[in-house]
Design a protein around this ligand. Structure first.
Ligand code: GLY
Length: 562
């Protein structure tokens, strides 16, 4: 069925509550709101969250509704077959972080992607049944649910409706589905909703009846509606058809975990983010503590000095990522040492102003791919509760494998492990022992959802997708706001850059100023264009308590509020 969808772009529209019309909707890049705000990668998902706020729900209700709706309307990254991290600030002052990252199946092992010659076979860690980790998203939702106010059946209903009755896809979604058609055909054992004979085009209706039934089972049976019973049986049957590893035991044992938040001071702000297995929880404090030692706001936004300092800080932090970081439940990561003043000072001795550093690589890594695969969203309510969630299937459409009869895509998160020491993953990142595959272990992530408080009051909610560029994008967004005094819209939309130690290159967005590229080259940097970096979502609480909400201009991202 195809219906015409009128999808328009509004910038700076005044906020009025509008009913969700899945066939005719607007992408709204900015919003100001007094009572509550949502910003996500898709307008219909933002509206699902907004609807919860309007029904009297809080930021947690809105976040859960948004996550579930994203699983329907943004299947490339929104998910129930993946995982993620949540940072939560409650108006009573509590800060919490929830880990619903995928895990390696119990039958997984460190050599599972090596061929008979001992070479890494990345096609298997990146696509198909064997690439999937045990999903965590639904367990995460049910861990967070006690902090929500509305009945779960109300929160999940927009997602069920969108799956059951369909919605009009955007031009970007049509392109992505067309581009990935060969992979959908290759990695599935049953027909999927994502493939049709003709090319997809903007305005076509995407119907996901099997997914609607899965969501109804979750509505009726809670967490068990996914990890046990019919859905679990469908997942395991799919694994058997495609030689995957996930078993009923893997599913039943999966648990989301509340972890102690990472919290540190930066120029009057308390920055709260996710600890390991998010590498962001180590890298962001390292990078910001290094930055604090320099008068960076005096250097100025995108000044030669600021660009070079930030590039070298990113290099120093990412070199440590490759060596030290992994799931702390399995590997003793020296987090305190890495973020100590003593260590930071010692690392900064390697920095020489005006001259490019050297990653001392023998072999260059591969160029990271385009980066919108993961997705981030924020919610905030009138009481000052806020949620930042980054959630992912890993690559776009994850493993490309849809669970037959259950209608949802499985992640390819196993590729975030170090498949073989020194072999770059799809983001060009290398790793070693700390991030080797072990049964039941969580793979290292870059996802860095952040909430910043000012004098104990909610100030900033942000995060982005982008694989290994996530932490550097969040770092730059925070500096843009705090040090360079950019407007929230500029903090999100001005071109970003990225250095991750290996490969020894500075990646810049397409619209990065040419004179800045030349300045970096003169200092000795190899500068590489990588299209776009991330899709940052941002909520800033203003002095009068209202929210300024920014959806990244790099995608269909859309702000909502009232
Ligand atoms: N899959 C991307 C990340 O977790 O960093």
């Amino acid at each position: 069925m195809t219906r015409f969808a009128l999808i328009t772009l509004l910038v700076g529209a005044s906020i009025t509550a509008f009913a969700q019309n899945p066939y005719q909707y607007t992408i709204q890049k900015t919003a100001t709101a007094k009572n509550g705000a949502v910003v996500s990668a898709h307008p219909l998902a933002s509206q699902a969250g907004l609807l919860m706020l309007q029904k009297g729900g809080n930021a947690i209700d809105a976040a859960i509704a948004t996550q579930l709706a994203l699983a329907v309307v943004y299947p490339g990254a929104g998910n129930i077959g993946g995982g993620g991290f949540m940072v939560l600030h409650l108006a009573d002052g509590r800060n919490m972080t929830l880990d619903f990252r995928e895990k390696a199946p119990l039958a997984g092992n460190r050599d599972m992607y090596l061929n008979e010659k001992g070479d890494a076979d990345l096609t298997k860690s990146q696509n198909g049944h064997l690439a999937a980790g045990v999903p965590g998203t639904i367990a995460g939702i049910f861990q967070a649910l006690p902090y929500a106010k509305l009945p779960f059946k109300t929160i999940i209903q927009p997602a069920i409706d969108l799956a059951e009755k369909g919605f009009a896809i955007t031009e970007a979604e049509a392109k992505d589905l067309n581009d990935d058609k060969p992979d959908f055909l290759k990695y599935n054992t049953r027909p999927t909703a994502f493939v049709k004979e003709q090319e997809w085009k903007a305005g076509d209706t995407l119907l996901q009846k099997d997914l609607a039934k899965t969501l109804e089972r979750i509505r009726d049976h809670g967490q068990k509606g996914f990890y046990e019973g019919r859905t679990a049986q469908l997942i395991v049957a799919e694994m058997k058809r495609g030689k995957g590893l996930i078993t009923l035991e893997d599913l039943k044992k999966y648990q989301a975990v509340w972890r102690t938040p990472v919290s540190f001071q930066y120029k009057g702000y308390e920055i709260i983010t996710m600890p390991l297995p998010s590498s962001g929880g180590v890298l962001l404090p390292m990078m910001m503590k290094m930055t604090e030692k320099f008068p960076i706001s005096r250097y100025g936004f995108h000044s030669d000095s600021a660009l070079q300092l930030m590039t070298e800080i990113e290099r120093l932090a990412y070199a440590d990522r490759a060596k030290f970081l992994g799931d702390p439940d399995f590997y003793p990561v020296p987090v305190n040492a890495l973020t100590s003043d003593e260590y930071i000072n010692q690392r900064l001795k390697l920095y020489t102003p005006g001259i490019a550093g050297n990653s001392q690589v023998i072999q260059a890594g591969t160029v990271p791919k385009e980066s919108e695969q993961t997705t981030h969203f924020n919610t905030a309510d009138k009481d000052g509760n806020a949620v930042a969630i980054t959630t992912t299937l890993n690559g776009g459409y994850g493993s490309h494998t849809v669970v037959g009869g259950a209608g949802f895509l499985l992640n390819n998160e196993m590729d975030d492990f170090s498949v073989k020491p020194g072999v770059p993953n799809m983001f060009g990142a290398v790793g070693g022992e700390a991030n080797a595959i072990e049964p039941g272990k969580r793979m290292l992530s870059s996802m860095t959802p952040v909430i910043a408080l000012n004098n104990g009051t909610l100030a900033i909610v942000t995060g982005t997708p982008g694989g290994t560029t996530i932490t550097t994008s969040v770092y730059q967004t925070l500096l843009n706001l705090i040090d360079f005094n950019l407007s929230p819209a500029d903090a999100v939309n001005k071109p970003k850059f990225h250095m991750q130690w290996l490969p020894d290159q500075v990646f810049v967005e397409k619209d990065f100023p040419q004179d800045k590229i030349e300045a970096l080259q003169k200092m000795g940097y190899k500068v590489v264009n990588r299209g776009r970096i991330g899709r940052t979502e941002l909520i800033v609480r203003q002095a009068d308590g209202s929210y300024e909400v920014i959806g990244d201009s790099r995608g269909d991202d859309s702000a909502a509020g009232y």
